[in-house]
Design a protein around this ligand. Sequence first.
Ligand code: NAP
Length: 294
Amino acid sequence: MSHQETVSIVGLGQMGAALARAYIDAGHRVTVWNRSPGKAEPFQGQANVAATPEQACSASDLTIISLSNYEASDQVFRTPLVAAAARGRTLVQLTSGTPGDARSGAAWASSLGIDYLDGCILAYPSYIGGEQTAVFYSGPKDLYERHQPTLRVLGGATSHVGEPIGAAAALDCALLGSYYGATLAFLHGAAICASEKFPLDAYFEKFQTILPLTSITADMCKRMLSTGDFKGTDCTLDIHTNAIEHIVRLSRENDVDRRLPELVLSYFKRALQLGHGADEIAAVFNALQDPARG
Ligand code: NAP
C-alpha cells in the first residue's frame, strides 16, 4: 500500500491513547472517539475528534477498538448506526477477551459485511511503537497482510498467529496466565524475604538469576510434551516436591500466606500419585490434565 491508511481509535484509555499517539507520531490521519469526552481533549489539534463511534468508523479505512472488555465493545459497536458506518471497512479488535469472544465478534462482523481481525497486545502502553513490542493478530491472513504496514506501527514484533479468529486470544490467555502466575509467585517470594528481613532490593536483583532457569524449563517442557517422555537426568519430581514442601513449611512458620505454594504442591503431589516421582518437572502437565482434578 503506497499511501498511509487513515486510522480511527475507539477508546482512549491508557492503551487506546498510546495507540492513537503512535499513529499520530507516524504521520497517519487519525480520528479518535472516547465515551467520556475529557480523554479526547489532549488530541484536539492532532487528531479529528469524532462526536460518535459511527463518525469514528466512517472517518477511516481501519478502526481499532481498545475498550475495557467485550461487553463495552458490544455496547458501542452492536448498533445499527455503527454497523452501517463500518460496513465495507476493517475493524481491528484489540480489546482483550477469550477466543469465544473473538469468534462472536467475527460472526457479528461477517454477517454485516465488515472485515475483522482480532489481536492482543503483549506490552504496557509506554512500549507501544517499540521494536520489541509484540502484537499478535488472528483472522484472514490476506486481510492482515493488506493492513500489515499500518498494524506494524504499534510494534516491531507484530505477527499473524493463525487464521482461526480465536488464535490470538488463546495465545494471549496462555501467555498472560504465565505472566500473572509468575508475578504472584515472585511477590510471594518478596513476602518470604520480608518475613526473614532479607532486603527486598537484593531479592529483586537476584530474581534475574532464576529467569534463565524458567526459560530452560520451558524448552524442556516443549520437548517433553511433544514426545510424552518425561525421563531425564536433571531433577526428579520427588526432589522438586521436597523443595516446595520447604517453601510451604517456611510460609507456615513465618505466617506468610501459603495458599500459592500449597496449590503448587498439590499438583506436584498428584503427579507423584500418577507415578512420575522419577520424572522431570514437565510431567506435572499430566496432573493438570488429570480427570480426577477439582
Ligand atoms: P482503561 O484505561 O481502563 O480504559 C478503558 C476504556 O474503555 C476507556 O476508554 C473507557 O471509556 C472505555 N469504556 C469502558 N466501558 C465502556 C462502555 N461501556 N462504553 C464505552 N466505553 C467504555 O483500560 P486500558 O488499559 O486502556 O485497556 C484497554 C484494553 O487494552 C483492555 O482490553 C486491556 O485488557 C487491553 N490491554 C491493556 C494493556 C495495558 O497495559 N493497559 C496491555 C495489553 C492490553 P471512559 O474513559 O469513558 O471510561
